[in-house]
Structures are given as structure tokens and as C-alpha cells.
Design a protein around this ligand. Structure first.
Ligand SMILES: [Zn+2]
Length: 290
């Protein structure tokens, strides 16, 4: 529910705290944001557009793909890493102030809330903020778990989160903004970042002529986050997907290739694939601490 996370939210225009007034969130300067009846709130700055977000059709296909369990090993690895990060944070505070229950897990680029819901299942006393630019995705995220609040925002603008509000942040195949992640994380808090390795979907990259992930991706992520966060832990998760033609279309649409693939050529290449086709899924789950 949105009420669970309102105390962590900040005005996207002036960064002051937001508080609830009936069906809107307001800051002391009078900026006001109406709650959507589908259970989310849009905290976009006035001149931002959601045109770069996913369409309803893309969101539905992605939701079906994730619900079918194809990426379950990734969700499981993320939940394990989240439990480990929570234990490390609690350990840091031993002897100090008691660890606060109800701490915030913020998922940047949360999509339909699939991964955040999985993490909240593993952390029963935390609440989750699903942040995304797509309102279609967030309509689903708002219903994905009882402890999720869903917020439309732009990952490249100041995040609508108060300073040092999040104990844990998640970023799965999504844009990341190092300075804002550092600002919103508590000291000692953790960012869990899931990114594809160069082997991710390699059979489809070859067969369908998709963009490949370059070998240097992890090093470039570390360089970009380096000024703000410290790498703590990482593991690779690799498994085999068995995909029918519709699953292949979805997985292509979920990656960076979505905007660079000619639909006719894609369909012709798809017809030449075995059904089902075996495809490698390969990601890194990396933890960074503030
Ligand atoms: Zn304001």
C-alpha cells in the first residue's frame, strides 16, 4: 500500500517531505500530486513525459513471462542477497541503536514489481517502493504485494525519496543514477544490481542479430558507481531457458535490443528457430554498500 511508504517520499520539485491530504500528497510549498485510483502516485516533475516508458502490451507480455517462472533463479538469487544484506546491516548496528523494523526497500525500474515482491517475501518486516516511469507497469506493481507502494518517477531526475531513506535498493536490468542512489541510501545501506553478462541470451544474439552485451559492461558499471558506492559482493547466476516463439519475442522486447530490431526480420529469424529453443540466461548479482 502507498500508505506504507509515504513517510519516505520527497517532493520531486523541491525535495521537501510529502504528506497525505485526502487523495493527494503535498509538500509544505504547496506542490500537490493526486493519487491514481489504480493505487499508485505519479511524482514526475512537471515537464517530464512517460513516453519513454513501456506500453501496456509490452508490460502484459513481460508480466506473463515472469509469472511463468523463466527468471525464477534470478529472483531467488536476488532474495538471498537481500537477506544477506539485511543481516549485514543489522550486524553493523549491533551495540548501537536497535535496527529499525519496517525499513525501506526501493526498487529503481521496478516494472511490474515481480522482483520486489519476491524480496519482500524474504524480508517480512520491510516495506517496498516500486519506482518506474511506466504507469502501466506500476498498476501491476501496486497489486504485486501488500507491502508495495508504487511511484511513477524518472530515474534520471532526482528520485522522489528522502535523504538516507532506503536501507536496500534494487536495480534489475534498469537505468541507475549513482549520485541519487547514494543520496537515498542510508549509510551502511546496500544496492543490489542485476545486470546481464556477455553470455546472456547469446544463442538469440547470434540467431536474431540482436545487440550483444559487451565484455566490459561490469567494469564500466563499477567505474560509474565507484565514486558513490563500494563494491561488496557478487555472484554469477547462469541457467538454461526453454522458450517458445512468444517467449522469445517477449525476452527480445525486455532487452536493449527491443528498439533496434526490425520486426519483419525478427519474425523471419524466429521461424527458423527450433520450438522450444534452448537459450542461456546469465547475469551478475552485485552488492554495493554505501
Ligand atoms: Zn515541493
Amino acid at each position: 500500500m502507498l500508505q506504507d511508504i509515504e513517510r519516505y517520499l520527497a517532493c520531486p520539485l523541491c525535495a521537501q517531505d510529502l504528506t497525505r491530504h485526502d487523495r493527494s500528497l503535498r509538500c509544505p510549498s504547496g506542490h500537490s500530486f493526486d493519487l491514481a485510483k489504480q493505487g499508485y502516485v505519479s511524482l514526475l516533475a512537471g515537464d517530464a513525459h512517460t513516453g519513454t516508458g513501456d506500453t501496456a502490451g509490452m508490460v502484459a507480455a513481460r508480466s506473463d513471462f515472469l509469472a511463468a517462472g523463466h527468471y525464477r533463479p534470478i529472483a531467488d538469487a536476488l532474495a538471498e542477497a537481500a537477506v544477506a544484506a539485511a543481516a549485514a546491516t543489522a550486524g553493523d548496528r549491533a551495540g548501537g541503536p536497535a535496527a529499525e523494523s519496517g525499513g525501506l526497500v526501493a526498487d529503481l525500474g521496478a516494472g511490474t514489481g515481480h522482483y520486489l515482491a519476491h524480496v519482500l517475501d524474504a524480508l517480512p518486516d520491510r516495506v517496498g517502493a516500486a519506482l518506474d516511469i511506466s504507469k502501466y507497469a506500476l498498476r501491476r506493481a501496486a497489486k504485486a504485494h501488500p507491502r508495495i507502494g508504487a511511484v511513477v518517477c524518472d530515474a534520471w531526475r532526482p528520485l522522489p525519496l528522502r535523504d538516507a531513506s532506503a536501507e536496500l535498493m534494487l536495480n534489475v536490468f534498469a537505468p541507475r543514477n549513482g549520485p541519487e542512489i547514494r543520496r537515498a541510501l542510508r549509510p551502511g545501506g546496500t544496492l543490489l544490481l542485476v545486470s546481464p553478462t556477455a553470455r546472456h541470451l547469446r544463442e538469440l544474439v547470434d540467431a536474431l542479430g540482436l545487440l550483444s552485451v559487451d565484455e566490459e559492461k561490469q567494469r564500466r558499471i563499477d567505474e560509474k558507481l565507484g565514486p558513490y558506492l563500494t563494491p561488496a559482493d557478487r555472484r554469477e547466476v547462469e541457467f538454461t531457458l526453454r522458450l517458445g516463439p512468444q517467449d522469445v519475442r517477449t525476452v527480445v522486447g525486455m532487452g536493449p535490443s527491443a528498439w533496434h530490431t526490425d520486426p519483419e526480420r525478427l519474425e523471419a529469424s524466429l521461424a527458423a528457430l527450433p520450438d522450444p529453443v534452448e537459450v542461456t540466461a546469465s547475469v551478475t548479482v552485485a552488492a554495493y554498500r554505501r
